[in-house]
Each structure stands twice: as structure tokens, then as C-alpha cells.
Design a protein around this ligand. Structure first.
Ligand code: PNS
Length: 164
């Protein structure tokens, strides 16, 4: 069984993530989407909320499942019999850091990183930018699934209410 992991923070999942996960699901027998749960990092959504949105986003893919991990990605891979990490590459600017991580991960365990070029329509897309644009009232409806847009809108409204 060729099993791969698509790791990330997914705070929240975007159409760019879904594009990479979809394409990974055609390359591997099973894809595990692994939500990094780094408790020291401040997130807009809790790990459970991020997992819930990913579960909904990936519901149509029989060979994709959602999980979470806290600690080293290579330890998660070892525990789950995974030998491939799939990462999307948006631009050359992603490459330096991703290459460094790929080489570090392969030095830690028997794991290859497979880079998938992001589809051109998503080459500018990042969760952080979606949050920033949405915070200031910009239209991000073409960048995230409708149910993510709804939860994003609700969460930002809650934050505004808490601030007053
Ligand atoms: O969506 P992100 O924030 O780019 O995801 C980053 C993530 C979670 C994939 C990365 O930070 C990660 O793999 N963290 C786990 C800790 C780890 O293994 N660090 C060593 C990387 S070489």
C-alpha cells in the first residue's frame, strides 16, 4: 500500500489545500491529511475545528482520511507506516524552506518528500492571507469552500464582539 501524508496547519483549509490533497489522492493508495497541533502557536481555529472542516472538505474522497499530530512529522509517519510526504509548492519562494524540511525529514527517517506544483489559480493562496483579507471585509468566497467561509465569518465576528 502506497500511503502518503499531507501535513499542514490548515487554519483554515483553503481551495489550494484541497487541490493538492485531491491530486495526492490520485497518486497514492491512501492519503492521510495530518493537522499539526502545535499548542504553542496561536490559531484562529482549534484543532478539532480544523479537523472538522477538513473532514467535510474531503468527504468525497474514499482514500483520504484526516488525523492530527503533535510533535515531529517523521514520528507520525513512522507510527502510521507512511513513507511519503506530499507538499504543494506555490512559488520559488516556497522552495528553500520546503527543501530544507524535506532534507531534514529524510535524514530523520526513511521518508521521501514529493513536491506537487500548486495549480496556477491558487499560486498566491495562503490561509494567513485569507484570514487577513477576510478580517478587513474582503471577499474570499472563491478561495475557500462555502462552509469554511461561513465558519470564518462567524469566528471573525466573535472576535470583533470580544474586542468591544
Ligand atoms: O501549514 P504549515 O504551517 O506550513 O504546516 C507546517 C507543518 C505542520 C507541516 C510543519 O511545521 C511540520 O511538519 N511540523 C511538525 C514538526 C516537525 O516535524 N518539525 C521538523 C520539520 S523538518
Amino acid at each position: 500500500m502506497r500511503r502518503a501524508v499531507c501535513p499542514g496547519s490548515f487554519d483554515p483549509v483553503t481551495n489550494g489545500h484541497i487541490d493538492i490533497i485531491t491530486r495526492a489522492s490520485t497518486l497514492f493508495d491512501e492519503v492521510v491529511v495530518a493537522v499539526g497541533v502545535n499548542k504553542s502557536k496561536k490559531r484562529l481555529f482549534t484543532a478539532d475545528e480544523r479537523i472538522s472542516m477538513l473532514t467535510e472538505a474531503c468527504a468525497d474522497y474514499d482514500n483520504v482520511r484526516i488525523d492530527s499530530f503533535d510533535g515531529l512529522l517523521t514520528d507520525f509517519c513512522k507510527d502510521h507506516g507512511i513513507h511519503a510526504i506530499v507538499k504543494g509548492l506555490r512559488a520559488v519562494s516556497d522552495f528553500d524552506y520546503e527543501l530544507q524540511m524535506a532534507q531534514m525529514n529524510s535524514s530523520l527517517a526513511d521518508i521521501e518528500t514529493v513536491f506537487v506544483p500548486t495549480s496556477p489559480e491558487y499560486s498566491f493562496l495562503a490561509s494567513s492571507l485569507v484570514k487577513e483579507v477576510a478580517t478587513f471585509g474582503g471577499d474570499v468566497s472563491s478561495l475557500v469552500p462555502p462552509f469554511v467561509l461561513q465558519r470564518l465569518t462567524e469566528r471573525l465576528a466573535e472576535q470583533r464582539d470580544d474586542a468591544v
